[in-house]
Design a protein around this ligand. Structure first.
Ligand code: NDP
Length: 353
């Protein structure tokens, strides 16, 4: 198979459950090129792109705390939750060299590697021609999370003029969730995020009616000013004090999509983290639904949901932005940056061209 240079990203140290992850927790190291002959059903892959996801933070702890993903082992190759690669050699009749593939689940942060053909799927030609990274954003887990979260837990009704609020609204999931909420019929759309540039993107390009910069504005006061009628649907990506402020403004019989709680990912807390007693009381008194949403529980709906996402994307109703870091050696840096809001839209690492 030749003997090109190979590299991988290794977990060197753990940040500790209650600390921010650091670039130095990762190291970029040389690794042997996979030179063994491929066994039947194997594919040799050249890595093209990595998906970076906040859920990876729990894998940096000794115990991930969740059932569906394992903790990373110290000294071993880090693996993420998605990516794109090119088949270099194939020992499976369904795949040819040059095919562009994406994993069903895990994807190593490694330049060249061997996988079983049944753990990846070929990207449709139409998608690779537009952009193969669409499978990491709108036409992948992120888009599915936004779409199915809104559909399953949002209770959006056309012509009901509902007010929807989204936190981490300029991130990958949040930006899509807000646009989907609008496309599915909500009346007013408010995004909360961490910079003026992000706020401007939401209101000028994505159709958000209002954006709040939680780092420079008082979320509670601004919500009061822009949503005097109260909040009907809240797509919650962050938890913590931002969510407490939103929940205090929610209406009777309103709905929370409990998607993520990134404000607490660097804290030694169970998931979902506990909420203050007054917020608990508000949820009860106002009959606000707040059920945990996990996209992996809706796999039977992925196919029709991807069809609808494609339709909305082609109609120009879903705009997608990516923040691309170049080079596998910068994957750790990009992950640390994303966890602090360095990204707009989907954070991706381009490994090779
Ligand atoms: P994003 O693209 O949204 O990136 C994370 C963003 O979180 C950052 O850009 C940052 O934006 C924001 N953020 C970071 N720290 C804080 C904080 N302390 N308070 C408020 N905002 C913060 O990532 P994803 O779209 O991939 O994920 C968004 C959420 O969705 C996460 O909570 C993730 O765990 C969850 N998720 C859940 C899934 C499910 O099945 N339930 C599946 C996939 C994702 P800013 O500049 O605005 O602070």
């Amino acid at each position: 198979m030749g003997d090109a240079d190979n590299f991988h990203v290794v977990l060197r140290s753990r940040p500790g459950e209650s600390n921010e992850p650091l670039e130095s927790n990762f190291s970029y190291e040389k690794k042997a090129y996979p030179t063994e002959t491929l066994s039947s059903g194997d594919l040799l892959i050249k890595n093209r792109f990595l998906s970076l996801d906040p859920a990876l933070r729990c894998r940096m702890n000794e115990d991930s705390g969740v059932q569906y993903i394992k903790a990373w082992e110290l000294g071993k190759t880090v693996d993420g939750l998605g990516g794109v690669g090119e088949v270099i050699a194939s020992a499976d009749s369904s795949f040819q060299p040059g095919d562009i593939v994406t994993p069903n689940f895990e994807w190593p942060w490694e330049l060249y590697f061997v996988v079983k053909a049944n753990t990846v799927r070929k990207l449709p030609e139409a998608m690779t021609q537009i952009s193969p990274t669409l499978c990491l954003s709108v036409l992948g887990v992120t888009g599915l999370t936004a779409y199915l979260g809104v559909k399953e837990k949002g209770h959006i009704r056309r012509d009901a003029n509902q007010v929807m609020v989204v936190s981490a609204a300029a991130g990958s999931t949040g930006s899509l969730a807000g646009q989907i909420g609008k496309a599915e019929g909500c009346g007013k759309l408010v995004g909360i995020c961490g910079s003026d540039t992000k706020c401007q993107w939401l209101t000028t390009e994505l159709g958000f009616d209002v954006a709040i910069n939680y780092k420079t504005e008082n979320v509670s006061e601004k919500l009061e000013a822009v949503c005097p009628e109260g909040v009907d649907v809240y797509f919650d990506n962050v938890g913590g004090s931002i969510s407490n402020d939103v929940i205090r403004k929610m209406n009777q019989d309103s709905h929370i999509i409990l998607c993520g709680q990134i404000a607490d990912y660097n804290k030694d807390l169970p998931y979902p983290p506990p909420i203050p007693t007054d917020i608990e009381a508000t949820l009860k008194d106002k009959n606000i639904t707040r059920e945990r949403f996990l996209v992996l529980n809706y796999q039977d709906q992925f196919e029709p949901a991807l069809g609808r996402l494609m339709e909305l994307y082609v109609q120009g109703k879903l705009k997608v932005k990516e923040t691309i870091e170049m080079g596998l050696e910068n994957a750790g840096k990009a992950f640390v940056s994303m966890m602090k809001g360095g990204n707009i839209g989907k954070q991706i690492v381009q490994v090779t061209r």
